[in-house]
Design a protein around this ligand. Sequence first.
Ligand SMILES: NC(=O)c1ccc[n+]([C@@H]2O[C@H](COP(=O)([O-])OP(=O)(O)OC[C@H]3O[C@@H](n4cnc5c(N)ncnc54)[C@H](O)[C@@H]3O)[C@@H](O)[C@H]2O)c1
Length: 272
Amino acid sequence: MTHQLLQHKRGVIFGVLDRDSLAWAVARQCKDEGAALVLTNTETSLRLGPVLELAAEVEAPFIPADATNIDDLRRLWQEAQQHLGGPIDFVLHAVAQSDNIRRHRAYEEASHNYLMHTLDVSALSLHKLLQTAMEADALSEGASVVTLTYIASEQAMANYSDMGDAKALLESIARNFGRAYGERKGVRINCVSQSPTPTRAARQCESMDRFRHYVNALAPLGNADAESCAKVCTMLFSDYTPHVTMQTIYNDGGFAHTGLTDRVVKENAFGI
Ligand SMILES: NC(=O)c1ccc[n+]([C@@H]2O[C@H](COP(=O)([O-])OP(=O)(O)OC[C@H]3O[C@@H](n4cnc5c(N)ncnc54)[C@H](O)[C@@H]3O)[C@@H](O)[C@H]2O)c1
């Protein structure tokens, strides 16, 4: 069921790679809710996944851009506004990459070169995206920007290597730019902290299936899936959250604030 919450809105979606991508679910939901879209990702993403299939489905052009490259971002804002016919009303930042995770290097053994790259792609890209958007005055008054984060920004998590540091920085950038862009143009910037969801990026974490099983047993509502994430993003993009900004919204079935559940204690979810 859709409500046309995003009718007449123009959106740019970063991070669609394949059907499992959180951004894929968000793009489909936004289209169903009436938005006009531009999709963006790296050139390489075109080789890795069926990005153009989704672009056809949601009737959006694909504009390649490396989210760490200022020139690419400047061109993206210009071309996106040309295509959509005006300033952008909402942006999804769903961008992350860690070579430490990909190569199964534990936090304490992280390569510092990889760590710098992780921070650039997974956190600083949000700063770059917002700074270039502000320079180009590419966002409309009261526009909404959402980035996707994870509870490892606050809690130490096994198998998440350097990405916990990246998420902590990402959330800090969302707050600090939320202050600046809010004062300047009423732009809202929020983080959605999502349950572990089986995507290409997440599958690079060791023992991802066991990890998801564990978290699911600890969350009173169980793990949130990609479609659930898309609904929360849609709400934040819509006009129903005009004063929600600089927040981290937990779309995690209650995991972030739970100690133990009956499922773990009484139902013996781990077979102990
Ligand atoms: N899947 C989960 O369990 C989970 C949980 C919480 C938060 N997240 C976050 O959600 C976001 C989306 O990840 P996902 O899980 O959908 O995985 P995904 O692999 O589908 O998406 C990651 C995206 O980042 C893009 N990317 C990497 N480097 C880039 C660059 N330099 N420029 C532009 N794009 C680049 C990739 O091409 C890909 O589209 C990430 O920020 C991730 O950390 C995921």
